[in-house]
Each structure stands twice: as structure tokens, then as C-alpha cells.
Design a binder for this molecule. Structure first.
Ligand code: B12
Ligand code: SF4
Length: 536
């Protein structure tokens, strides 16, 4: 029976601050979907979901939350929002101390007692919240009042959970990346990763899950990002999921998976090879090619098979391949990392995602802190500052390398220029030299206009590296034209001026240009989706 106390239309508000609008929160939707099943009838009707982004002002977020006059506010706390959400909770408690604030999410699931945000809140649910949050809300609204501040989240068999996919709105389907989950947990133990604390991976009932995917697809969903830690763990399931999307292939379909690199059985390859360009994206965690470091951090990876599979993916399939590396792992030196980077670069994944080690709360990487003198930033995102093999100055250089790599290599804007920049010999060595030079010349790591970057690359390649001016200019001209930008980098002024004189824009072409722009916008959205999917 519905309790008289919870007739108010928004007694409970579930909220979080996403990294960007394009990321819809799957965790909150799970909680919402399970309110009635685990909290009792009527609870869902009095629960509202509100998503914000970290760029919004805390006062504005609080204003919106208070306008709903809730009795309970549940907040999803992650590494990307804990600073901003702490301020939100502080304001909430100053303005309406009577509102019960309940926290949950990976950031507050460990080291709970050391966090300011947990001190400010009324309750913290650690681990899974699907069952424990609804139960806690029922108790908060109807009594008896819960005695414990910190509640260890129940972890039921996955069949006990209501799936949340119907809670994606039409707007979510049209504009955002849809996170979906065919399994939870990870059986591996890589010590830098929060998923290493899971005991194993649990799979959702595949028939039920696929029916949900089908419903989403029929409603128009075309951008799917699987959050499964290791999509290719159970080949039977992976095959069915890939076949499902192949059967529904459409020009705007996009599916993203995270895979373990050393296992790609023939059955999977046969399906992967059938996906057309632009429809499939893989995030392949390499992290390190250094066997000693891998062993130290309990990462099991067959480097030979990893290289073979990456080569196959890049050469024999049309999947977009993002490979992740982590800098700063215990015992890794600049030289050993450079070797790994070059080995990966030779395999030619479409993007190398260059991450700097972070000490995530709760992760077992801390067991190396003393031996390797690991000094981490105490502020989020807890990035490594120095260790026994990499000093702070080198770490700063590599941070800039990572930023510039994103800007020059992963942006995809310098296909030809990069070929000149990264060869011959060590790609890592060349890019590090460029990175050091760029920093010395500009003192900036952000806010480079494309035109300025073209000129800087030109200067580096011709004056520092001594490459032939004509070859560099034609490579950068091709890249600049391919980008579609309409400015005028100084080093290309002559060439662009001549081209534009030869082909002035005539009014009859304006319709075609408009059409082109529209297609460009669509392509831009797809690119944004692909980038967002790969950001984790
Ligand atoms: C999607 C995602 C992102 C998205 C952001 C999404 C968003 N909403 O804005 C993007 C791609 C931007 C991202 C980036 C990063 N991410 Co990320 N990301 C994920 C990912 C893949 C999926 C999250 C998800 O939906 N999970 C499925 C749902 C069901 O689980 P859940 O979110 O944990 O929710 C459950 C519980 O936590 C709890 N819960 C959640 N909210 C609430 C609220 C209440 C009130 C309660 C009671 C309970 C509760 O109940 C839910 C159901 O059981 C996870 C890995 C994973 N598979 O979970 C990593 C993960 C969350 N990311 C992580 C990290 C480290 C990062 C990065 C720092 C990586 C990097 N680049 O180095 C960046 C940071 C970005 C930044 N700007 O600073 C860590 C989190 C560490 C932490 N303490 O928060 C994770 C867990 C990966 C890992 N295994 O280590 N990420
Ligand atoms: S890095 Fe990947 S394989 Fe390793 S524990 Fe995390 S999710 Fe599992």
C-alpha cells in the first residue's frame, strides 16, 4: 500500500552531475527502475531523476533541487563530480538541514570516513545501490528510521534487478550516448582499476537483455556504449550481441565495446569483420607492454597475442580501435614506456589513449606506494606526481605530451603531418621532442587555434627537424583542407590564396554548401558520440 507520507509528487529526487551532457547516467536509471521492486509499490511514482553537468553552478543546481521540495535527495558520486557535489551538499545542508541526503557511487564506496562529502551527508550506500537505495528510502519516508549512516549495498543475483532501459527518454535516444550493460564486474585484478575489487563478472540474462536492446533500437536508439568491463569474456554472449547489431545495421548505428586484447576467437573475428566502417568502436586496454610491470600490478596479458589481435583488428576489420596506455605505473621507466609506446604505435591503432596513473579510492595499487615512492595528488583525480623511476619534472613533461597528443594525434586533424612528425625511428622520441619544443615556444597546453597549430607544426618540422619545406607544406595543406576549416594559417597563406582565387564560391553552389553543412553537422554529432564513448 502507498504510504500517506509519500504522496508528495517528488518526495525523492535522484540526481548526479555528469561529466558532460552527452553522458546519460546509467547508475541512476538503475536505481529509478528498482524503486518499486525493492522499495515497495508507489515509491517510483514519487521519485524524480534530475541530471546536471559539472560545469553548472552549485547554487543553480541546489535551486533546482529545492524547487522539487524533496524529502530525500540521492546523489551519484564519481571521481569527476565529487568536488562540485561536495559544494552542492554543503549548500543543501545549510539551506534545508531536514532533507535527507543519501550518497552512493564508486567514489564514496571506499575510504568513506575520510571524505568531507560523506561527513556532510546523512547516509552513504557503498557498492551497488539498486536494492539498498529503494529500501533505505522506504525506511526514511515511512520508518523505522535507519540507524546506520553507512549502508553496505546489497548485491543480489542480476535476475533480481529491474532493467532501466525504458527510462531512457526520447531526448536521450536522440542526443546522448546510451550506456548499456550486458554484464557487471570483472574477473581480472589490475591493481589500478576499481573493477579489480569485483570478485568476478556476472552476466545478465541475455534473452531479457537483448529484448531490451531491441526495444531501444525500435524506439530509434542508434548509439550504444557497453560499459561491460570485458565484453569478450564470454564468447557465446559476445557473438549474440554482435549478431544482433549486424542484423540491424543502419548508416547511423554506432556500438562501442571495451575488450581484453589477448582473446579474439575466430567466431568473434568473423562477425567483427562484417561491420561497416564507422559502426563499431573498440577500446582495447593495453596499459603497459612491460611484462615486469604487468606482473607487479597483477595484470594478466599475453603481449604476443595482444599484438596479433590488434594487428588483425586494424588491418582486417573496419572497427575503430582505441588502445589505452598508462604512464606512471610502479617500476615503469621513461625508456620502458617509450618502448611500449613505440610497439603500440607500430601496430597502428586509430588512437592511442594516453592516460596518467591515478590512485582511485579503494584500489590495491596503494600496496606499492612505499616501495616505489609513489606520490599522488591528494586532489581529484588523484594523478601520480612522481615515483622512484619518474621524477616530477619528467611527469610534467609527460602530462604535456598527453595533452598535446590528444590535440595533434587523436584529434585526427593531422594525418599526413603526423607521418612526418613521428618517423623515422621512435615515434615516442619524436613526439616528446615536439612536445618539449611546443611548451618552450608557447608556454601553453590549451586553447590553440587550428591555424596556429598548423604554423607551429610547420615551424617545428622545417626548422627544428630540418625537413624539406615543400613536403611539409603539402602535407599540412592536405590536412588543413581535409579538416574543412576556412581560415588561413600563415605557412599555407600562399597556397590557400591561390586555390581560393581559382575556385571562388558562386551563389549557385550555396544550396549545395548548406546541404554539405547539414551533413557536416550530422557527422559532427557522430564524431562527438565516438569521442565521448572513448573518453573513459
Ligand atoms: C561511463 C563512464 C564514464 C563517463 C562519464 C559518465 C557520466 N555519467 O558522466 C566518462 C567517459 C566521461 C568517464 C570518464 C572517466 N572515468 Co569513468 N567510467 C564510466 C563507466 C565505464 C561506466 C559507469 C556506469 O554507468 N556503470 C554502470 C552502473 C550501473 O554502475 P555505477 O555507475 O557504478 O552505479 C552503481 C553504483 O555505483 C551505485 N550508485 C550510483 N549512483 C548512485 C547514487 C546513489 C544515491 C546510490 C545510493 C547509489 C548509486 O548504484 C549503481 C547501481 O548499482 C565506469 C566503469 C563501469 N563499468 O562502471 C567508469 C568509472 C566510473 N570511471 C572511472 C574513472 C577513473 C574515470 C576517469 C578518471 C578515467 C580517466 N580518464 O582517467 C574519467 C574522469 C572524467 C573526468 N572528467 O574527470 C572509475 C571511477 C572511479 C571513481 N571513484 O569514480 C570507473 C569505475 C572505472 C574503473 N573501473 O576504475 N567515465
Ligand atoms: S583494467 Fe579492465 S581487465 Fe583490468 S580489472 Fe579493470 S576492467 Fe578488469
Amino acid at each position: 500500500m502507498v504510504s500517506p507520507k509519500i504522496l508528495h509528487s517528488s518526495a525523492i529526487v535522484l540526481a548526479t552531475l555528469n561529466a558532460k551532457y552527452i553522458h546519460a547516467s546509467l547508475g541512476l536509471r538503475y536505481l529509478l527502475a528498482n524503486m518499486d521492486r525493492h522499495g515497495g509499490p508507489g515509491l517510483r511514482d514519487v521519485t524524480q531523476l534530475r541530471e546536471f553537468v559539472i560545469q553548472q553552478r552549485p547554487t543553480q543546481i541546489v535551486e533546482e533541487l529545492l524547487a522539487l521540495e524533496p524529502e530525500v535527495i540521492g546523489l551519484g558520486i564519481y571521481i569527476w563530480n565529487v568536488v562540485e557535489t561536495t559544494q552542492v551538499v554543503r549548500l543543501l545542508k545549510a539551506l534545508r538541514p531536514g532533507i535527507k541526503v543519501v550518497l552512493g557511487g564508486p567514489e564514496v564506496s571506499y575510504e568513506t570516513e575520510q571524505q568531507e562529502i560523506c561527513r556532510l551527508a546523512d547516509h552513504v550506500v557503498t557498492g551497488w545501490g539498486d536494492v539498498s537505495f529503494p529500501k533505505l528510502c522506504r525506511a526514511l519516508l515511512d520508518g523505522p528510521q535507519p540507524l546506520m549512516k553507512v549502508v553496505a549495498g546489497e548485491q543480489p543475483p542480476l535476475e533480481a534487478l529491474a532493467l532501466p532501459y525504458a527510462d531512457y527518454t526520447a531526448e536521450d535516444l536522440a542526443k546522448r550516448l546510451l550506456y548499456v550493460e550486458a554484464s557487471r564486474g570483472c574477473p581480472f585484478k589490475c591493481e589500478f582499476c576499481l573493477s579489480s575489487l569485483d570478485k568476478t563478472a556476472w552476466a545478465f540474462d541475455l534473452d531479457v537483455f537483448m529484448a531490451e536492446m531491441d526495444a531501444l533500437y525500435r524506439r530509434g536508439a542508434r548509439n550504444f556504449k557497453f560499459v561491460d568491463r570485458t565484453f569478450n569474456l564470454k564468447v557465446e554472449n559476445s557473438v549474440r550481441i554482435l549478431q544482433f547489431f549486424l542484423d540491424r545495421m543502419a548508416p547511423d548505428l554506432f556500438v562501442h565495446f571495451e575488450v581484453v586484447p589477448d582473446s579474439l576467437p575466430e567466431r568473434l573475428k568473423a562477425l567483427i569483420a562484417q561491420f561497416p566502417a564507422g559502426s563499431l568502436q573498440f577500446e582495447v586496454g593495453i596499459q603497459s607492454f612491460n611484462a615486469e610491470v604487468q606482473q607487479r600490478i597483477s595484470r594478466k596479458q599475453d603481449n604476443g597475442k595482444t599484438a596479433d589481435n590488434l594487428r588483425w583488428l586494424v588491418n582486417e576489420s573496419q572497427a575503430h580501435v582505441h588502445a589505452d596506455l598508462i604512464f606512471g605505473l610502479p617500476g615503469e621507466t621513461l625508456e620502458s614506456f617509450a618502448q611500449g609506446f613505440d610497439r603500440l604505435h607500430e601496430l597502428a591503432p586509430h588512437e592511442i589513449q594516453f592516460g596518467i596513473l591515478k590512485r582511485l579510492r579503494g584500489t590495491p595499487i596503494t600496496r606499492h606506494t612505499a616501495e616505489f615512492a609513489m606520490a599522488y595528488d591528494p586532489q581529484t583525480p588523484y594523478t601520480i606526481l612522481q615515483n622512484s623511476t619518474i621524477d616530477f619534472v619528467t611527469m610534467q613533461r609527460i602530462n604535456r605530451f598527453a595533452r598535446y597528443w590528444e590535440m595533434v594525434a587523436n584529434s585526427g586533424r593531422f594525418a599526413q603531418g603526423l607521418e612526418l612528425l613521428l618517423a623515422p625511428g621512435s615515434a615516442f622520441g619524436h613526439f616528446l621532442r615536439f612536445s618539449d619544443w611546443l611548451w618552450l615556444t608557447t608556454g601553453k597546453t590549451h586553447e590553440f587555434a587550428l591555424e596556429k597549430l598548423v604554423d607551429l607544426l610547420f615551424e617545428h618540422l622545417t626548422e627544428v627537424r630540418g625537413l624539406a619545406v615543400d613536403g611539409v607544406r603539402s602535407a599540412l595543406l592536405a590536412d588543413y583542407l581535409a579538416s574543412g576549416a576556412r581560415g588561413r594559417p600563415l605557412c599555407l597563406a600562399g597556397a590557400l590564396g591561390a586555390m581560393r582565387m581559382a575556385a571562388p564560391v558562386r551563389s549557385g553552389r550555396q544550396g549545395a554548401e548548406r546541404q554539405g553543412r547539414h551533413l557536416g553537422q550530422q557527422a559532427g554529432h557522430k564524431e562527438e558520440i565516438q569521442k565521448a564513448a572513448a573518453a573513459a
